[in-house]
Design a protein around this ligand. Structure first.
Ligand code: KG4
Ligand code: ZN
Length: 337
């Protein structure tokens, strides 16, 4: 079989992502975000996101094709996120994916968003090992996945957050202590001047009888709120930031390393916006090294939602000769692994 050229489309939330991948190589991609349009509503509004996807889709496809220096006629397959995600947003991407597949006369692959997050690392670091654990930590997800052969759908959901995602906790705590949005980078910066052991914030769900792969960050956020309320005088922002960040990093590192050992995986894959956090990265790296595990983190640009990750997964499926999906495949906002 000649090398495939896969057009990937991602629209599960507020990013319209398009990527072109061929044989494990990213040829070009383009990304538009409607994040600013949601700011005044305090969260992503599905209908607003869907309309923005509709407006951005054709320009992003055009830009990605130009950057990759290929034509739509060169594309040999289309991959598109079918779920999980916001239903109206997914519908736009899926409809576009079907239209491009039909126009180019090529097969369509409707794929799982989280599997795409795991697949993206092959673009920079080569094939994944036979077995690994993926920790996906962003504003929208906090998930642990057991990952085998992605092309054979060997992905299991180990656990998720029961309330806030890790990135959401960073954003909410930042607001609490008067730091700007997005809170993650602001806390990261403030924490550099602080003492991570100044305040003993809880490590949620890390007790011996707690579910090992489940996360919960809303109690930690409340603990920070209570501490701030009870504190007399000016808030020591760097210490609060550093102590909160340490609690998140410690919780993520403990659970991720334990999951690798449980799954017999020698590699941890970490993706998502929170993977950019210097302490999360540092501590996870330290604990992985101590446990004899290899840590793989894609470049931050590809850690967040994008089209390249969907194209990367589609490219794996095509190369493994996986049967494509019919053109009447439906979006699945609650898709499970
Ligand atoms: O993956 P991402 O860009 O997008 C979605 O979740 O859709 O993740 C964004 C999240 C935000 O909550 C942001 O605060 C967090 O990632 N983030 C960080 C850092 N950079 C971004 N959190 C902690 N430390 C950072 N340096
Ligand atoms: Zn995502």
């Amino acid at each position: 079989m000649s090398t495939p050229l896969v057009l990937g489309i991602e629209t599960s939330c507020d990013e319209t992502g398009v990527g072109l991948v061929s044989g494990g190589v990213l040829l070009g991609d383009a990304l538009a975000s409607s994040m600013d349009e949601h700011a005044r509503f305090g969260g992503v509004v599905p209908e607003v996101a869907a309309r923005a996807h509709l407006e951005a889709m054709a320009p992003m496809v055009r830009t990605a094709l130009q950057r990759a220096e290929v034509d739509l006629a060169d594309v040999t397959a289309v991959a598109v996120t079918a779920g999980p995600g916001l239903s109206p947003a997914l519908q736009v991407g899926l409809a576009a994916g079907k239209a491009y597949a039909l126009a180019a006369g090529v097969p369509l692959y409707a794929v799982h968003h989280l599997a795409g997050h795991a697949a993206v690392d092959v673009l920079d670091h080569g094939p994944l090992p036979e077995r690994c654990v993926a920790l996906i930590v962003s504003g929208g997800h906090t998930s642990l996945l057991g990952v085998g052969d992605l092309a054979r759908d060997e992905v299991v959901h180990l656990g998720d957050t029961v309330d806030d995602a890790a990135g959401e906790a960073f954003d909410k705590v930042a607001r609490l202590i008067g730091l700007p949005y997005p809170g993650g980078p602001a806390i990261d910066r403030a924490a550099r001047e602080g003492d991570p052991h100044a305040i003993a914030f809880p490590r949620p769900l890390t007790g011996p009888s707690d579910p090992p792969w489940t996360f919960s960050f809303s109690g930690l956020k409340t603990a920070v709120a209570r501490w701030v309320e009870a504190h007399d005088g000016p808030i020591p922002i760097p210490d609060v930031a550093a102590s909160f960040q340490e609690a998140v990093a410690d919780t993520l590192a403990r659970k991720a390393v334990a999951a690798c050992l449980d799954q017999g995986a020698d590699t941890l894959l970490m993706v998502g916006g929170v993977a950019a956090n210097s302490r999360v990265r540092g501590l996870v790296e330290e604990r992985c090294a101590a446990a004899g595990l290899t840590l793989r983190v894609p470049p931050i640009r590809l850690c967040t939602d994008n089209g390249a990750m969907i194209a990367a997964l589609g490219d794996l499926l095509v190369r493994a000769d996986v049967e494509p999906d019919p053109l009447d495949v439906a979006a699945d906002p609650r898709a499970r692994l």
